[in-house]
Design a protein around this ligand. Structure first.
Ligand code: NAD
Ligand code: ZN
Length: 357
């Protein structure tokens, strides 16, 4: 038995208003003539948060268009434009949801690693540390702030750059930044965290390390989405910690069926991660009976809509593409169904599941 020896985020600051410590945090990482690059979710363009970014010297703010989830081409373009303009940068700071944080991680890595980010989609293919990188979530749930991956859609697959060089050097967890998120977005991303917990806690990779974090995150989600009647500061504070703990839980385990199936939707139809997971989770009674029942209560309590019928009218070829992408996520299936998962999740069975969505 070989135990995973995983790399974690180096520094973590948590608290309302902790964003204002950013200048002090970044100071020791600044290099002569090389800017800090702030990749900021385009939602914040023209918003007061931008004025609080501690710009110095030739620092640059780039608004990240996250209408679509990050692509390898977008990462390569961003990294190339920074190399053309500055040669090298002191660091990349991602301020936004999971998409912006993933973009920041990937751009940091591509400032030093040769070739295209598509070359590194997979496990442990990244060879060199990137430039300094920090993540500042403005939505809670994905766990991208703590994970060792950055999920990218590439020419042939949707897969992360999973490596020990991928985690952030620093994260700033300031729940105040999530205050203005629209309720449905907050719910979909929050459910990403809930689903991480269910998949981790029901998975075959589970150990006490994962379980301790997963149970805590689950308890926080249950409190926020079932016990609370109105959304308030406490919900933002708690959901940010749930996201962190949920992410820590999967550091030592894996996600499962909802994610594996949702990746196929996202690859073919561009369905976004949070809502895609919800669409799939809605039909997974067979795999996660209790979790799905509870999920449905959360959806009902919040009065949210989970889209239905999104695979209607797709061709055989399109179903096959989704099935290929999904079955390619081997560790997820193995975690969910065990070593014999290939006997359990046949192409026919998966097709039937996709047809239900
Ligand atoms: P997101 O980053 O895609 O953002 C969703 C929407 O919310 C965007 O329109 C964005 O502009 C907006 N937004 C963000 N913050 C806001 C705020 N405070 N107020 C108002 N609007 C705001 O959403 P997400 O669910 O956080 O992230 C999903 C992405 O994360 C996917 O690309 C997925 O692949 C990735 N992901 C990564 C990991 C990982 O471990 N690296 C894990 C799970 C998901
Ligand atoms: Zn997820």
């Amino acid at each position: 038995m070989k135990f995973r020896n995983f790399k974690m985020v180096d520094y973590v600051v948590y608290g309302r208003g902790s964003f204002d410590q950013l200048d002090e945090i970044l100071a020791p990482h600044r290099k002569e003539g090389q800017p800090m690059v702030f990749l900021v979710d385009h939602f914040f363009e023209g918003k007061p948060l931008v004025a609080r970014i501690p710009l110095r010297g030739n620092d640059k703010v780039i608004f990240a268009d996250v209408t679509y989830e990050p692509k390898t081409t977008q990462v390569d373009k961003l990294a190339q434009s920074l190399k053309d303009e500055f040669g090298q940068v002191s660091g990349v700071i991602g301020i936004g949801g999971g998409s912006t944080m993933d973009l920041a991680k990937a751009v940091s890595l591509m400032m030093t690693n040769p070739g295209s980010s598509a070359d590194y989609q997979g496990w442990d293919l990244v060879k060199l540390p990137g430039v300094y990188k920090a993540g500042i979530p403005t939505l809670s749930g994905t766990g991208a702030e703590v994970s060792r991956t950055t999920v990218l859609t590439g020419p042939t697959r949707k897969l992360g750059m999973n490596s020990d060089f991928t985690p952030f050097d620093q994260i700033v967890l300031d729940p105040e930044l999530t205050t203005n998120a629209p309720a449905n977005q907050r719910f979909y991303t929050g459910m990403d965290c809930y689903i991480h917990c269910i998949e981790s806690l029901q998975g075959t990779y589970l150990n006490e390390f994962s379980k301790s974090y997963g149970e805590k995150a689950l308890e926080l989600c249950q409190y926020i989405f079932l016990e609370k009647d109105t959304w308030d500061e406490e919900c933002d504070d708690k959901l940010m910690m749930a996201s962190y703990a949920g992410g820590m839980s999967i550091a030592y385990s894996q996600v499962g069926v909802a994610h594996a199936v949702s990746y196929g939707l996202s690859y073919l139809l561009g369905t976004k991660h949070g809502v895609g997971n919800c669409i799939v989770m809605n039909h997974l009674e067979e795999y996660y009976p209790q979790g799905v029942a509870e999920f449905k209560r959360m959806v009902e309590k919040g009065g949210f809509d989970i889209p239905q019928g999104i695979t209607k009218g797709l061709t055989d070829e399109q179903f096959d593409k989704m099935i290929d992408v999904s079955l390619g996520m081997k560790p997820l299936w193995e975690n969910a169904l065990g070593k014999d998962w290939e006997q359990i999740m046949t192409r026919e069975k998966l097709r039937a599941l996709y047809e239900k969505l």
